[in-house]
Ligand binder design. Structure first.
Ligand code: ZN
Length: 151
C-alpha cells in the first residue's frame, strides 16, 4: 500500500508541476469558472463539444493548490473524447471516492488514473480542492451561468 501511495503522490506532483491541457481555447463552446473559497483555488474551464455533447477539446487556466491543479489536469485528460453522460457518471464515482468513510478503502472501479485521489478522503479539508474541477466541469456541460463553487 505504501508503494501505491508513493506512486499516487508522484502522479499528483507531476500533474501539478506540468499540468496537462493548461491554457485557453480561442472560441470555446462552453466556459465555466470555479471557486473553492476554503482554499482559494480558482479555475476557468473551456470546452469544445461536438453535436453529441462529446468533449473534443478542453483547456483550463487559473491558480490553485497542488491537489486542485493536479485534479483539474487529470480530469481534463480523462474528459477528452468523453460524452457529457460519461463525464457526469464518472463525476459521481469520483465524488464517492473522495468523500467516503476515511476509515475504509474507496472503490476505484471505472476511475482509472483518477484513483490517485483515493487518499484525499483522509483529509476532509482537501476534498473540495479535488472536487472543484468536477463541479466546474458539470457547470460547463450544463451551460450554467453561475460560477461553480464548492460551498
Ligand atoms: Zn486547494
Amino acid at each position: 500500500m505504501d508503494d501505491l501511495r508513493e506512486l499516487y503522490q508522484t502522479v499528483i506532483l507531476d500533474h501539478n508541476k506540468a499540468p496537462r491541457n493548461f491554457g485557453e481555447l480561442e472560441d470555446p463552446d462552453r466556459q465555466a469558472d470555479g471557486h473553492n473559497p476554503l482554499c482559494g483555488d480558482r479555475l476557468t474551464l473551456h470546452l469544445q463539444l461536438d453535436e453529441n455533447d462529446r468533449v473534443v477539446d478542453v483547456k483550463f487556466s487559473g491558480q490553485g493548490c497542488a491537489i486542485s491543479t493536479a485534479s483539474t489536469s487529470l480530469m481534463t485528460e480523462y474528459a477528452l473524447g468523453k460524452t457529457k453522460d460519461e463525464i457526469l457518471a464518472t463525476k459521481a464515482l469520483f465524488h464517492e471516492l473522495v468523500t467516503g468513510n476515511p476509515n475504509e478503502e474507496g472503490s476505484t472501479d471505472g476511475l482509472g488514473k483518477l484513483a490517485v485521489f483515493g487518499g484525499v478522503r483522509e483529509f476532509p479539508a482537501r476534498v473540495k480542492c479535488a472536487t472543484l474541477a468536477w463541479h466546474t466541469m458539470e457547470a460547463a456541460l450544463n451551460n450554467d451561468e453561475q460560477p461553480a463553487t464548492t460551498e
